[in-house]
Design a protein around this ligand. Structure first.
Ligand code: SF4
Length: 239
């Protein structure tokens, strides 16, 4: 029988803080559970210390009905859960615009999605200093180009890369991004759909982290990825 619940870390309303819909009022449904362990994970309650409560799909649909048209299904890794596809279809049928935020390592059939926000994880995300066993697993799982290609062909998309704020390590991230974009056959005219977002959760350091990426974006045609929620509220759950 199909699951009628999802493990939920939080449901909240805010302005979308990242990506091409930044600033749009949205309900966020954050699923707990992830197959990766980024060393800098900004929602550890869905990964390192996953703590979700089962919530019925009916209840989630009702919660979204009381909020804005835009709904963001995020995590954790929402695409690990078959019930998420059912939730997305019910929300879409109710007239919502659906963004799904994912690292894109797994395929899920039957998703209803208006914007697929894919955030493949770069090598610097592996938690070698924190948990070498998980780092090995993370390294094996973090990039799945055939799965990414399938997602890119199926839905409107943006690619969001978290890049280091350390100037000395930035070129390694950029090399890895360029290699992946070549493998994914992303055409030059779609580079504005590729966002570089600084790995920075300190509002005081954010402007400097953005400035470091300006020449890179100008030179390579990428879009600067904002972190509006960090600028507005700091690194705070539920924002
Ligand atoms: S993929 Fe996202 S939720 Fe999972 S560990 Fe990385 S940052 Fe955290």
């Amino acid at each position: 029988m199909a699951a009628t619940t999802l493990p939920i870390a939080e449901v909240f309303r805010s302005l979308q803080g990242e990506g091409t819909l930044v600033g749009v009022p949205s309900t966020f449904v954050r699923v707990a559970g992830c197959n990766l362990r980024c060393v800098w994970c900004d929602s550890p309650g869905t990964s390192w210390q996953s703590a979700g409560q089962p919530r019925a799909l009916d209840e989630l649909v009702d919660a979204c009905a009381r909020g804005p048209r835009h709904v963001v299904l995020t995590g954790g890794e929402p695409l690990l859960f078959p019930a998420l596809a059912e939730l997305s279809r019910r929300l879409s049928a109710a007239g919502h615009h659906i963004t799904v935020e994912s690292a894109g390592t797994r395929w899920l059939d039957g998703l209803a999605c208006d914007l697929l926000s894919l955030s493949p994880k770069l090598a610097h995300s592996a938690p070698w200093t924190r948990d070498p066993e998980w780092a090995e697993r993370h390294e094996r799982r973090r990039l799945a180009p055939p799965v990414l290609r399938r997602w890119l062909a199926a839905y409107p998309w943006q690619l969001k890369f978290v890049v280091t704020s350390d100037a000395k390590r930035l070129s390694a991230d950029l090399d890895e991004i360029e290699t992946l974009l070549t493998e994914l056959q992303i055409p030059n005219e779609s580079r504005h759909q590729v966002l570089l977002m600084p790995e920075c959760t300190d509002p005081k350091r954010l402007s400097a982290a953005y400035r470091q990426l300006v020449p890179v974006c100008l030179e390579r045609g990428f879009r600067l990825g904002e972190r509006l929620h960090i600028a507005l509220f700091g690194h705070t759950p539920g924002t």
